[in-house]
Design a protein around this ligand. Structure first.
Ligand SMILES: Cc1ncc(COP(=O)(O)O)c(C=O)c1O
Length: 433
């Protein structure tokens, strides 16, 4: 097997996970690991949650898959209704299987929208530096993280990039406030200069894979206002940040920025099955209506679009959010994480700690004053993984950035275990870097 984002020479042997029990992953030898990254940021309730498993069994007995080409299915319909209800400003749902595809759909939906209304020149995208929207070619184009994608640069479509207000790594000549203004001015100037823009695309609330950069208050809202003013569609990616990761159920609503198109994925099924959704407004949907020969319908679809098993699981997952009052309960755990920020910041190789909701990023540096990131040849990602395992924790870093992304329903005790473990792991790897 060939593993994602992995130098296979360095990893001859992998632990084989055979079971999941609550917040713990259990390998073939019976060793337990606390799932410190929510199995790539998607697990909500921990593993083997009874209600989700039962819902999957119940649906499996009835209908496993049936296509949305010329037919519909009850679970996809019910989930569609629910998603529209919880997503202010959105009227229609287009299903897919993963986050990257949901973003490809967003790109195509925007482009064809402008064609449908006769504005064929509006084909360009504007995005923030260091955004990430997935690994397919369109998603790499709009979400270019240089260390991930430089090999593919030559085949990506051109996108206009504007700076991200990254407080820790912004140019020295600005105050943070000035830099925010500067970033917004750059966007506005781009909008003024180009009349061929299809959409502005950004992650909602924070950039995650590009280094966990949490936007300042009002930044996203102001971009949404600029989009309206200059007739540019506003596309949000809530794949990693929605459904409570940053502390709000619908992050764009908390940011007071209603998009034209928004994508959900990861935690939509509680992290149990692959499902993603791209939602849009009535205005965009209506532009696709016409006679068949107008060729205005959306030219996109996948085999598993609207898979009933995944949709049933998502419905149960969303019910559980309500029943358990998860979002408001997590405020206590957010405070619990916050309380440890100072202690972590003081560690000798910690340059910056960024935290919001149920997410913490710890940027590791070899020189605090110069903010020099620990270089890849130190293999810090691997050392942290190995040391974390000794602490009975599963961690996956983003290069020199350690991420704590627990399942949202983690208990306070297990969260303390994760935070204590993280501090100890950093102390242990310090001598190697
Ligand atoms: C913000 C964001 N968008 C899109 C994606 C891509 O999702 P997937 O890995 O399901 O294709 C990710 C994955 O981490 C993400 O963080």
């Amino acid at each position: 097997m060939w593993h994602p984002y992995t130098q296979m020479n360095d990893w001859k042997k992998f632990d084989v996970i055979t079971k999941g029990d609550g917040m713990w992953l259990i390998d073939s030898k019976g060793n337990k690991l606390l799932d410190g990254v929510a199995s790539m940021w998607c697990n909500v309730w921990g593993h083997s949650k009874k209600e989700l498993v039962n819902s999957m069994i119940k649906q499996t007995k009835k209908l496993q898959h049936s296509s949305l080409f010329n037919l519909t299915n009850d679970q996809a319909e019910l989930l569609g209704e629910k998603l529209v209800k919880i997503s202010p400003g959105m009227s229609k749902v287009f299903y897919s299987d993963d986050g990257s595809t949901a973003m490809e759909i967003a790109i195509k939906m925007a482009i064809q929208y402008w064609q449908n209304i006769g504005k064929k020149n509006k084909i360009k995208f504007v995005t923030l530096d260091n955004g990430y929207h997935g690994d397919t070619v369109g998603a790499m184009s709009i979400g270019y993280v240089p260390t991930f994608f430089s090999k593919f640069k030559n085949i990506l479509f051109p996108v206009i990039k504007t700076p991200t207000p990254h407080k820790y790594r912004m140019p020295k000549k600005f105050t943070y406030r000035e830099y925010q203004e500067y970033c917004l001015e750059k966007i506005e100037k781009t909008f003024v200069k180009n009349n061929d823009l299809a959409a502005f695309v950004m992650e909602s609330g924070a950039q995650i894979a590009g280094g966990v950069i949490i936007y300042p208050i009002e930044f996203q809202k102001k971009i949404s206002q600029l989009c309206k003013k200059y007739n540019v569609l506003f596309i949000l990616d809530e794949i990693a940040t929605g459904f409570g990761r940053l502390g709000s159920f619908i992050e764009y609503y908390a940011q007071k920025s209603i998009p034209d198109i928004v994508s959900y994925g990861k935690m939509l099924t509680g992290g149990y099955l692959p499902l993603a959704a791209t939602l849009t407004s009535q205005k965009i949907y209506d532009s696709y209506l016409g006679n068949y020969e107008d060729m205005k319908h959306f030219f996109h679809g996948h085999t598993f679009t609207g898979n009933p098993l995944a949709c049933a699981t998502a419905l149960t997952n969303l019910e559980l959010y309500d029943k358990n009052n998860l979002i408001s309960k997590n405020k206590i755990k957010t405070k619990q994480i916050e309380r440890r920020v100072g202690e972590i910041s003081n560690l000798s190789i910690v340059g910056d700690v960024r935290h919001k909701g149920m997410l913490m990023a710890i940027e590791l540096v070899c020189n605090k004053n110069k903010k020099t990131p620990i270089s890849p040849d130190k293999k810090i990602h691997q050392k942290i993984f190995v040391e974390a395992k000794k602490h009975k924790i599963y961690l996956r870093t983003l290069g020199h950035i350690m991420m704590l992304v627990p399942p949202l329903a983690i208990s306070e005790k297990e969260l303390e275990f994760l935070l204590d473990g993280a501090i100890d792991i950093i102390k242990k790897v310090t001598k190697d870097v």
